[in-house]
Design a protein around this ligand. Structure first.
Ligand SMILES: *Cc1c(COP(=O)(O)O)cnc(C)c1O
Ligand code: SF4
Length: 371
């Protein structure tokens, strides 16, 4: 991690400003020119980024940009997640604008109702950083704003009138880029609905804008328990003093914190990297929840690994490290099929007499099946 004071663009920035999430948002890097003042870019890279920006937006928080400490390395895992690549313009025939068919499973605007007892509620299109591998890139960054009053009313009414909905997942965009009042207004109204048992928030702010996790925010959230949060760390380099502080505040407020990583070629598609990430996360009480196979969003083919890569990674973690440090590997199925666990197979056969299975080392065991 670089000291921001060494970057000429921010040499006069006070630590008070740097620690202020609003300053971070206001000063996001959105142009090639700004980016070239922060990290070294070759002429070719500048040209490629400019070209890419015609199609997809860029936004990088100053904080996250300082995690790129190997500027010249095109393959830096942090840089790859934040800086556009010319490869994004290579849209493959199997790729889709709406890879999870969210638009077709949307009964009212901004609600995705795919599973019987829970809904996804998109409360903003804004993010602090536009991750290059984002599955919702069709909407994220296109409309930077909060949802309007009518959309909010309709979404709340939908949830209110469906008593089967016991779990509401606030997503986006990133709900936590909005101010506390905006978030509280939504959560308070959901809490008034008796059948809504759990409210979850999906946010990448602990990773890309950790100063957003303020005492005020967590003190507001804890009034509405049970609140759960899932965040999105992909690489051990993202675990810094700042991000640890953010995670600690969240869990100290009694909010269970999970992590959803995306398997990304060149970023984290090997056992060593993910093992280090997961062991670090559990050390800070963050529970690895899902590892996603990269989906079919347009222009992210260069990040996609073979499905076997993820299965092999899980095989090399399960049994070797604490069970709760191993996430479930899933494919979020095209056409809205939902998350399907794709994990190593330990069962060799099952019949009326016995189960034949192997353990994590591959040794064979038998269990009588006469229950
Ligand atoms: C991921 C997702 C959920 C939550 O799924 P869990 O497996 O319970 O975490 C709910 N709705 C939609 C549309 C989703 O994509
Ligand atoms: S924070 Fe999430 S929704 Fe926002 S750009 Fe990154 S992956 Fe997409």
């Amino acid at each position: 991690m670089k000291d921001y004071k060494t970057i000429s663009l921010w040499k006069d920035v006070t630590s008070g400003q740097w620690e202020d999430w609003r300053w971070q948002l206001k000063n996001r890097i959105t142009t090639t020119q700004q980016l070239s003042e922060v990290i070294h870019l070759s002429e070719e890279e500048k040209h490629d980024i400019d070209f890419c920006l015609k199609r997809f937006r860029m936004a990088i928080t100053p904080y996250y940009s300082t995690l790129i400490d190997d500027d010249d390395d095109k393959n830096s895992p942090i840089k790859m997640q934040a800086v556009p690549s010319i490869k994004e313009l290579d849209v493959r025939s199997e790729e889709l604008a709406d890879p999870l068919a969210e638009d077709s499973q949307s009964p009212v605007k901004n609600i995705v109702h795919r599973y019987p007892d829970r809904v996804l509620f998109i409360v903003t299109y804004k993010c602090s950083m536009y991750c290059r591998h984002c599955t919702r890139r069709r909407i994220v960054g296109e409309e930077d704003f909060s949802i309007d009053e009518e959309t909010l009313e309709n979404a709340i009414s939908y949830i209110k009138s469906n008593s089967k909905i016991r779990d509401v997942l606030l997503s986006g965009g990133d709900p936590l880029v909005m101010n506390d009042g905006y978030i509280e207004n939504i959560i308070r109204r959901l809490r008034e609905i008796p059948h809504v048992e759990i409210i979850r928030i999906g946010t990448r702010t602990p990773v890309v804008l950790p100063m957003r996790i303020t005492d005020d925010l967590v003190n507001m959230l804890r009034k509405y328990h049970p609140i759960w949060i899932n965040t999105h760390f992909n690489h051990p380099k993202e675990i810094t003093e700042e991000s640890i502080k953010a995670c600690t505040k969240i869990v100290d407020a009694g909010i269970p914190l999970g992590n959803q990583s995306v398997l990304l070629k060149g970023v984290n598609d090997n056992v060593e990297t993910l093992k280090e990430l997961y062991l670090k996360l559990v050390k800070y009480r963050v529970r690895p929840y899902y590892l996603y196979q990269c989906d079919l969003a347009q222009g992210i083919g260069h990040f996609r690994t073979k499905v076997e890569t993820g299965i092999e990674i899980i095989r090399n973690l399960r049994g070797y490290i604490s069970g709760f440090a191993v996430p479930t590997f899933v494919i979020d199925a095209p056409r809205g099929g939902g998350k399907i666990p794709i994990n190593p197979e330990y069962i060799i056969s099952v019949d009326d007499n016995q189960v034949v299975m192997k353990n994590y080392k591959g040794d064979i065991y038998f269990y009588p099946n006469n229950g």
